[in-house]
Design a binder for this molecule. Structure first.
Ligand SMILES: [Zn+2]
Length: 116
């Protein structure tokens, strides 16, 4: 499962952040996950909750996932719109395929709360 690898990468990153801040415990983590990232957020949560058990600093970390919609801006008429069409999005205003991705690819740690 793709999400397990992502969860492990995030856990490594969180441990690094915790060390840099001399944190005793990480209590909450908020992620920003774009729809185009292909990540199933429920699976990611599940994987994170399993992986964190191996790391005392993360044992009590509560994960929140902020899902970011897929948003494009049309280069022709400048309209921005959100869509579920991952493959062939077109502007709803002028049918153009000349689009710029505004959001949807995020795979970021947005916020970390910790006890030091
Ligand atoms: Zn347009």
């Amino acid at each position: 499962m793709h999400e397990v690898a992502i969860a492990m990468g995030m856990v490594d990153e969180l441990i690094r952040i915790g060390r840099e801040n001399n944190a005793k415990k990480i209590t909450a983590v908020r992620l920003k996950i774009g729809r185009l990232s292909g990540i199933v957020t429920d699976s990611l949560k599940f994987a994170f909750d399993a992986v964190k058990l191996e790391h005392p600093v993360l044992l009590n970390a509560e994960l929140t996932i902020n899902e970011v919609p897929l948003i494009y801006e049309c280069n022709d008429c400048k309209k921005s719109f959100d869509t579920d069409n991952f493959y062939f999005p077109a502007c709803p205003e002028c049918d153009s395929f000349n689009l710029k991705l505004v959001s949807g690819e995020e795979q970021d740690i947005e916020n970390v709360e910790m006890e030091v």
